[in-house]
Ligand binder design. Structure first.
Ligand SMILES: *Cc1c(COP(=O)(O)O)cnc(C)c1O
Length: 429
């Protein structure tokens, strides 16, 4: 029986406890263990990261990589941000998790922070639901939209329109919303009620509307689909279409949100007010945190007992989210992203426009892509050999989503490495 009950905390009995020593493994041993014990759904490159330094990832063999993937747009503050580290250290010494049967000190205040941003951007009151990932945000959005129509408005409208090339996550409704065959094949039957239009093509969406459709779910800039930037006026038209038919406009800002595109929410650049948005990737600075923000009447559809997640809104996750937002505000990271992002895009144009393999250079803020005529995986591998990390999007796009703390110098270095890598793979030698 534990006798350390009154007043004295575990770990405060005598100095700082030592971390339990875990057996170390060489890089080759880890690769072998992964080969033997992990499900083979990831193609991990044989690199083992153990440390980080701002935009740099550091392997256990001491190599430094300039990380322009940022853990797929998760590490917005880069690695080892001192203020985030300090907050998480403090929080882990106090309270990591407490169930939603009670309050913790950080969930409702983080909801206030996010809803205040929503109010600033839209003039509308919102409420937040917290979860742990992008896919969970997608699921909560589908449930909220369906329940709003069925129970608040009193007429079920379960139909959901999404668009081809989208990405909304890998759980069942999220995978069904993700209108790309490669993510769905072999997993049928999918969730009923989804239909697919084309990104940027209003007529294709209008053609799918009938009175069973209650929601449109769409990214503002398609991420995994290939850094697809919407044509001017598309979202204004979509908002009008949804208004005309009583449809909820639900924006997946999992990748684009939190400053990534140069405004706090990507939708701000489209001049529209969404009904539901959801965030995840950068919100926790690496700690899994997702959030759904909905205009007040829609949010009220999730009445007591209607939806839940055990880990969602736990104290550590919420402390992480609040700290990330505080750092963003203090350091002006959204404006910084707009400024450095414009610089990166122009540097990419300068390096890649006119190359025989370049099809397109595009982006918003620090979410940029170079579409190439060739195999992007080979270029990403060649870049890794040169110490640069980035990811592939769509079938032919080299995607750059660096941490929002990068400087122009980091961008110059990344573009030089990427150009050399692309040349080495794509130009005849
Ligand atoms: C990454 C992503 C998701 C899924 O997030 P997970 O945390 O992997 O479930 C959903 N939507 C968008 C736009 C994303 O980029």
């Amino acid at each position: 029986m534990d006798t350390r009950t009154n007043g004295q905390k575990q770990g405060q009995t005598g100095g700082k406890p030592e971390a339990i020593v875990l057996a170390p493994h060489s890089t080759a041993e880890i690769a072998a263990l992964a080969e033997r014990y992990l499900t083979p759904n990831y193609r991990n490159a044989p690199i083992v990261f153990v440390d980080g330094d701002g935009p740099w990832g550091i392997t256990q063999d001491g190599e430094r990589f300039l990380d322009f993937s940022a853990g797929v747009a998760v590490n917005g503050l880069g690695h080892n941000h001192p203020d985030l580290v300090a907050a998480l250290q403090d929080q882990t010494q106090k309270l990591i998790h407490q169930s939603n049967y009670w309050h913790n000190a950080h969930a409702a205040p983080l909801a206030e922070d996010l809803c205040r941003e929503f109010q600033r951007a839209t003039g509308q009151a919102a409420r937040a639901f917290f979860c742990n990932s992008g896919a969970e945000g997608t699921e909560a959005t589908v449930k909220m939209a369906r329940r709003y129509h069925a129970k608040v408005l009193g007429k079920p409208r379960p139909g959901v329109i999404t668009v081809h090339g989208s990405f909304h996550g890998r759980t069942y409704a999220a995978m069904t919303a993700t209108a790309q065959p490669k993510y769905q094949e072999g997993f049928e039957p999918l969730v009923p009620g989804f239909r697919y239009g084309e990104f940027g093509d209003l007529a294709s969406i209008a053609a799918l509307i009938d009175d069973t459709v209650g929601a449109v779910m769409i990214e503002v800039v398609q991420g995994e689909g290939g850094v697809a930037v919407p044509p001017p006026g598309f979202f204004k038209g979509l908002r009008q279409l949804c208004d005309d038919h009583g449809i909820l406009l639900c924006l997946d800002e999992v990748q684009t949100g939190l400053g990534r595109t140069g405004t706090f929410f990507a939708f701000e650049q489209e001049g529209i007010v969404p009904d539901i948005i959801w965030l995840a990737k950068a919100l926790g600075g690496g700690i899994p945190v997702g959030a759904v923000l909905a205009r007040e009447p829609v949010a009220m559809a999730l009445v007591a007992g209607s939806h839940a997640t055990t880990f969602g809104a736990n104290a550590l996750a919420m402390r992480a989210g609040r700290t990330v937002l505080a750092i963003f505000a203090r350091d002006g990271l959204v404006a910084h992203t707009a400024e450095v992002g414009a610089y990166l895009l122009q540097a990419l144009h300068a390096a890649f426009d006119g190359q025989p393999y370049t099809l397109d250079v595009r982006g918003r803020g620090l979410m940029c892509g170079v579409a190439i005529d060739g195999d992007p995986k080979k270029v990403v591998d060649a870049a890794r050999d040169r110490g640069l990390l980035l990811s592939v999007a769509g079938t032919n796009v080299l995607r750059l989503t660096p941490p929002l703390i990068v400087t122009r110098e980091h961008c110059d270095l990344a573009v030089a490495k990427l150009r050399a890598s692309a040349d080495s793979v794509l130009l005849p030698n």
